[in-house]
Design a protein around this ligand. Structure first.
Ligand code: ASP
Length: 311
């Protein structure tokens, strides 16, 4: 197995072989999670601390379950009511954490780069659970596993990522991962929701769903991230749905066997029609959640192995 990283801060530093290693090990954890005794002790004796400075449902629950199924001592720090509110800096938080001797630290933060900064100050493996608009590596890995299982491969696929690209760490991590694995990535959305310098990523950019979805194997929808918008990026949600919301007609432009993905939380009737999201023949949204637990188990297992080697 090849996985040399000490932290999982983003997809950017990972080698394609390391990505494949995480996915292959995650397959093993998919089987464990489907069995009657969902337990292993690969993290026994290790302490996992989850620090979410931004709201999360799926990701936090998924990391917690992943750690517990692997036998770690898992603690969730309630950051909303923490000393940060009283003015403690991120560095002071890191020093406090070091004194508690965690082995795995899972961090979500609204500022891009905050998790990397924290990783420099603590003596344990750090997993980025989403930092600002920067990266959300476990989301891209779980998406990759979902695609690989549904399509039988993770290369030479046409993947359309649609919607609010500019504010999305999910889009960024996916773009990097899918590029590393030699897929063709298309970004579709209004020009106001495209990040500057998007052409550098070597993907095609569309502002029309019909042209962008033509022949796509995978249709990945994104949420309109209003919490990161500080002005009027779209005329109205109704207008947005009309042009960019995924409904049966627009899905008809993609390949007949194209799968539909969404990282959640979903705004039905804004970026996706509820019937499409619930269509078990096309939508793999629930599989994404299932793969999330397995991928996080694999990532923590691999980081713990490297941690033990270093000690
Ligand atoms: N849950 C994902 C994230 O944390 C996507 C989203 O919030 O729209 O980035």
């Amino acid at each position: 197995m090849t996985f040399t990283a000490r932290h999982l801060l983003g997809i950017e530093p990972l080698h394609p072989v390391e990505i494949t290693t995480v996915l292959d090990l995650a397959e093993h954890y998919v089987d464990l999670n489907r069995s009657s005794v969902k337990h292993s002790d690969v993290l026994a004796g290790l302490t996992q601390i989850n620090m979410f400075f931004e709201a999360s449902t799926r990701t936090q629950a998924s990391f917690e379950l992943a750690g517990k199924r692997l036998g770690a001592d898992v603690m969730n720090m309630a950051m909303a009511s923490s000393s940060l509110k009283k003015g403690e800096t991120l560095i002071d938080t890191a020093l406090t954490l070091n004194a508690m001797h965690p082995d795995l630290l899972v961090v979500r933060h609204p500022a891009s780069g905050a998790v990397n900064l924290l990783a420099e100050k603590v003596n344990c493996a750090v997993l980025n659970a989403g930092d600002g608009r920067h990266e959300h590596p476990t989301q891209a890995l779980l998406d990759a596993l979902t695609i690989r299982r549904a399509k039988g491969r993770l290369h030479r696929l046409t993947v359309a990522i649609c919607g609010d690209i500019a504010h999305s760490r999910v889009a960024r991590s996916n773009l990097i991962l899918l590029g590393k694995m030699e897929n063709r990535v298309r970004l579709i959305g209004p020009p106001t929701l495209m990040p500057a310098g998007v052409a550098e990523f070597g993907c095609e950019v569309f502002d029309d769903m019909r042209a962008g979805l033509e022949g796509a194997d995978v249709v990945m929808m994104l949420r309109l991230q209003r919490e990161r918008m500080d002005g009027g990026f779209i005329p109205s949600e109704r207008e947005y749905y009309h042009r960019f919301g995924l409904d049966a007609e627009k899905l008809g432009y993609a390949k007949p066997d194209a799968i539909v993905m969404h990282p959640g939380p979903m705004n039905r009737g804004v970026e996706i029609d509820g019937t499409i999201a619930d269509d078990i023949n096309r939508s793999v949204i629930q599989e994404q959640v299932e793969m999330g637990v397995a991928v996080r188990m694999a990532a923590m297992d691999l980081l713990a192995r490297n941690l033990r080697k270093d000690r």
